[in-house]
Structure formats: structure tokens, C-alpha cells
Ligand binder design. Sequence first.
Ligand code: ATP
Length: 300
Amino acid sequence: MIRTRGLTKRYGALTAVDGLDLDVREGDVYGFLGANGSGKTTTVRMLLGLVLATSGEIELVGRPMPASRASALPHVGALVEGPGAYGHLSGRANLATFDRAASATSRRVRSRRIAETLDQVGLDPSDRRPVRTYSLGMRQRLGLASALLRRPALLVLDEPTNGLDPQGIREIRELLLALNAQGTTIFLSSHLLAEIEQMCTRVGVLDRGRMVLQDDVASLVAPTGRVAVHTPTPEWAAEVLGARVEDVSGPRLVVVSDDAAGVNAELVGAGLRVDEIGPLRVSLEDVVLRASTEHAGARA
Ligand code: ATP
């Protein structure tokens, strides 16, 4: 759905995006993670043809960008940095303006679709207040509604939960997951690792314009072939398990094994008390931090 090769953007001496190879496949919920200023917005803008790349190639829904912008963009719903809206019109009127410019279906169908979409993002279709009175969260929802209006195959969302409270973030997350379950591919940027971890199937990590990691979340946080055990008598447990024990720190042992139930049976069988036991997983946070540190090391 999105493929870039060597995508680069320079602003004078600053390389904002540096040789990016993005691969977003159909059905992905792809999280594009990076600190503020790492180049996410610039990348999103290039994908959508809003900013010209200095060099590199972009394919969006199978079409080269920006050359095939006119045939690609109708399949793409986008939300980029604070949606533009007419402050004096209501949310509904804003969507109608936007839709009229882009669609040939009948007025009744459009009106119903607008009401449905507003409802979908948690805005009241009968709300007549002008958008200038909206909170940032409401504006963000309206921006998302306009991205969804034409039921696109691909959603490209730059920081979609920006300005939302925890409840709002959860609602948007659930909405995006529901859309994905119905077949929409989602590409979203965020500086929040927890957000990416909770909803994405694939992640790309940007660090000062360079991609330091791109992989499926499931394989990044796959079990490590280790079992973590918590027990009040770690020395005794170490004796029972022998050479399989890789590390002991305080009440916690790391055991080389992919059979937590078996290790548990062994310890309990030997008369030990086990407080907690389970397969050891690395967190996405660990993986991302390690990739960024290694990258920084390679640069130095
Ligand atoms: P944020 O989350 O803060 O939006 P980001 O990851 O989206 O950050 P970008 O906005 O893409 O980052 O910015 C990447 C770098 O490029 C920054 O150093 C920024 O100052 C610089 N930059 C972005 N747009 C321009 C521009 N039009 N002219 C000059 N420099 C720019």
C-alpha cells in the first residue's frame, strides 16, 4: 500500500528524511514512530504529494507519487497535522463542503454518509455549533471524519490522537481497529510508543530522519526462549534447575526454557514456593531503545 525507496528530503543543510525504505502492506496497522522533529510529518507530506522529495521513490496504493496523484489519492484518506476547517461552519457543513468538491453521488446519499461518519468518530451530526468553538480533540475527530468520508482503502494519519484525552484516545483506537478489521490499511505516525504497541501490527522507527527499525510487532516481541520465575528462595531454585539458570537477581531467576509449566512443576515438585512464572518477552520499548542506541553508536 505504501512503498518508498531511498526517500530523502533536505531543507538546506538539514536532512529531515534520509534514505527511507518504507513497506506498508495491505491489512497492516503500521505505526510510524519517532520523537518530535524526527521527520514523521515531512514523510507523511511527501507520501501524499504535499511536499516534494529531494530524491527517492514513492508508491502509494500501487501508483507512483506524485506523478499519479490524481488516481492514487481517491483511495487514500489523510489526516495531516491539525486538519484545516472553516471555523464559521458546523462540523457537518464542513464535511459537506469537502464532499461536494470531491464526489458525484446524490445529495441524500452524501448527507447520510456524512451523518454516519460524524457518528463514527464520536461527533454529534445534529451539532450546529461552528467549528471555531471546537476543542482540539473535536477538531481532530472532524479531521478523521473527513479522512474516512470516502471509505478509503488506506488511511494515512499523522498523530491522530493528538489533543485527545485518554477516553478519546481509546475511542479512536477502537474505531481504527474496527476499520482495519473491515479491511482498511492504516498508517499512523506517533511519538507515543504505548499507542503503537497497543494497536499496530507493524512498526517503523524513525530517528533523526533515518529508519532504525522496521518489522512486525509480533516478531519483535516474540518469546525469548526464557522463563522468568519469582520465588522467595532463589538460591534453592537455582540448585534445582542447575545449568539452565541464566541469571538470578533478587527473587527473580531467568531460566533457559520455553516450557513455563514444566519449570513450575519441577520447582513445586521439589517443595519450593513459586510466586510468579511465565515466558519472558522483551517489550517493544526495549527493542526500540536498543535499535536507537545501536544506531546512535553506529553514527558516532
Ligand atoms: P513533530 O512530531 O514535532 O511534528 P516530526 O517527526 O513530524 O516532528 P518533521 O516536522 O517532519 O518532524 O520535521 C523534521 C525536521 O525537519 C525538523 O528538524 C524540522 O525542523 C525540519 N523541517 C520541517 N519542515 C521544514 C521546512 N519547511 N523548512 C525547514 N525545515 C523544516
